[in-house]
Ligand binder design. Sequence first.
Ligand code: NAD
Length: 255
Amino acid sequence: MAATFRLKSRLALVTGGGSGIGRAISQRLSLEGASVAVVDVNIDSAKDTLQSLCHGLVGQAHTAFQVDVSQSQSVSALIEQIQAQYSRSPCIAISSAGITRDEFLLHLAEESFDSVLSVNLKGPFLITQAVARALVANGQNKGSIINIGSIVGKVGNLGQCNYAASKAGVEGLTRTAAKELARYGIRCNTVLPGFISTPMTDKVPQKVLDKISGSIPMGRLGKPEDIADVCAFLASDDSKYITGASIEVTGGLFM
Ligand code: NAD
């Protein structure tokens, strides 16, 4: 629970905001006082998230947008729509949209590799670039970009060579953006969740989840709120000297 309105008057964009981790992040940022642009390819789920957001402060306004983060035209249109609606650019951008297309390397189809890279890596690239361009053009000199990677990008995982490659790429993208954008007051960080209970992990067989839980030192899968806590910190001035970092939120898995 937020103790103070750390994000009062800030405008945040959250991709994948219609489900799981992105929904929890949207909720947490709204609780901290931010206005939230909830972005998802599934507009109905983004609208559902909107219903759950906090409107505690005067002027706090949330909007749902339908966007495919893997398409540059869709992302450009999003930034224009946000600018038109709020008369400013988001100073917080969190890329949580992601997909899996799991298969062992020996059987993985090229299309499954490409689609995962398009959403999970090209998506954060397009969002990071578009938001940073808008912030630099407006001379805002302050921003926080947070990309959701995965511990799997560091350690690999059976059946996920496409996903692991995309998430390793997110760390490289974010660290490089951090180096290039620091001079504009824009911080860029990656959050690396371990295994978190969401619709994405609902696809994993229960016996596999039980095995994973057994190997997590803290003894349980993570909750979306565990990731949202860290994103709220990274979005706020409490992390003002942190950039280019990758923060593991795994309950101690693979430490
Ligand atoms: P989720 O499936 O619950 O939510 C993903 C959201 O992304 C969905 O609402 C979906 O509609 C949206 N989305 C998919 N493709 C999109 C596109 N092209 N454009 C816009 N939106 C799109 O998944 P989640 O578990 O909440 O995962 C969120 C992020 O966290 C993902 O990047 C995922 O890879 C990462 N992650 C999750 C876990 C986990 O255990 N759940 C672990 C590590 C990393």
